[in-house]
Design a binder for this molecule. Structure first.
Ligand SMILES: Nc1ncnc2c1ncn2[C@@H]1O[C@H](COP(=O)(O)OP(=O)(O)O)[C@@H](O)[C@H]1O
Ligand SMILES: [Mg+2]
Length: 327
């Protein structure tokens, strides 16, 4: 099956050119341009984040790759295989964990994975059902009814289901939705391990923090267009500015000079704001410096650079909106 082979493996796990999707163009509803001229290259072995708000077009893009939605234009290749002309090979190269948690509750995890392996024509002798279940932390639930699994376990079961044919590319569409923090962490541990073992991971999310923590490269999609695509570190340096707001236990008459590097502003006698670059200085260092300067912190809050900030920055010069949808 798809074992990594340095000679043969493509440079890009996924290559998308000029991809377009118009929903409702064939009937009377107003056409919806869900994807507009999307170009994207996902390097083999990377952990790639497709980040964007609800309705941006993430699932549409994923579902086109998965063969679930027909595109309106452009081309896409998975592991070097064109999704049209080389459809079977393209399908075999990708495993998709859908956004919706649709699992038949009456099957056990083992049965579900076996069924899926059968769909992909994986011979009995090559099936690794137990290994896959172990890999997603469900080894001891192999024969439990799926309906007895928690939301997080179901999500991991879907990851296992996407992996039974051992595709080199794993796609997760908003995997954190409805998953609590602990289970999310478990899921990430498993997915990270798969990535380290060579699987290319494409993750869609609307959580900036998640993309930041997991992905080595991030593309931002908004209104069906990719508005930025770069290594995470570069992306972060664009928004590497945070503000810390501190309530002081006692009013301060002046700001200690040692804090000048944070451009401090005394907005009230007992309230101070400071600016810092989180990539260079963690917030706790700023807090420690404040206390070291002799001020006592009663409470504090940081303002997050969130997706909204990047959008505002990136779309600032981009007067384009959804006007062409209304046209
Ligand atoms: N089957 C459909 N028919 C019509 N419009 C759709 C359909 N699926 C999605 N859309 C629209 O396409 C846009 C992109 O949707 P989607 O790809 O689901 O975004 P995301 O996954 O980023 O939230 C949205 O405006 C959505 O309402
Ligand atoms: Mg979606």
């Amino acid at each position: 099956m798809s074992q990594p082979n340095a000679d043969k493996d493509p440079e890009f796990a996924v290559e998308i050119e000029g991809l377009a999707k118009v929903y409702g163009s064939s009937n009377k509803q107003t056409p919806k341009h869900a994807l507009k001229d999307v170009n994207l290259k996902i390097r083999r072995g990377s952990f790639f984040g497709l980040l964007g708000p609800n309705g941006a077009g993430k699932s549409t893009l994923i579902n086109i790759l998965a063969g679930l939605v027909n595109r309106s234009g452009g081309t896409a290749k998975i592991w070097g295989h064109d999704i049209d002309t080389d459809m079977r090979a393209a399908r075999r190269s990708i495993g998709v964990v859908p956004q919706e948690l649709n699992i038949d509750p009456f099957f056990t995890p083992r049965e579900l994975l076996d069924l899926q392996a059968g769909l992909f024509g994986v011979p009995q002798s090559e099936r690794q059902t137990q290994e896959v279940l172990d890999a997603v932390g469900l080894g001891d639930k192999a024969d439990a009814y799926t309906r007895s699994l928690s939301g997080g376990m179901r999500r991991r079961l879907l990851v296992g289901k996407a992996m039974v044919h051992r595709p080199p590319v794993l796609v997760l569409d908003e995997p954190s939705a409805g998953v609590d923090v602990d289970l999310r962490r478990q899921l990430w541990t498993h997915v990270k391990r798969m990535n380290e073992a060579g699987t290319t991971v494409l993750l869609t999310t609307h959580y900036l923090e998640e993309a930041e923590a997991m992905c080595d490269e991030i593309a931002i999609i908004n209104h069906g267009r990719i508005i930025a695509c770069e290594p995470t570190a570069e992306m972060l340096s664009r928004l590497d500015a945070r503000e810390l707001r501190v309530d002081l236990a006692k009013p301060a008459n002046e700001i200690p000079k040692s804090l000048n590097k944070y451009n401090p502003v005394l907005i009230q006698p007992d309230c101070l704001t400071l600016s810092f670059a989180p990539s260079k200085t963690p917030a706790r260092k700023v807090l420690a410096d404040i206390e070291a300067a002799g001020l006592e912190v009663r409470d504090f809050a940081t303002t997050e650079s969130d997706l909204e900030d990047i959008f505002i920055r990136l779309t600032h010069d981009d007067a384009e909106d959804d006007a062409d949808d209304a046209a």
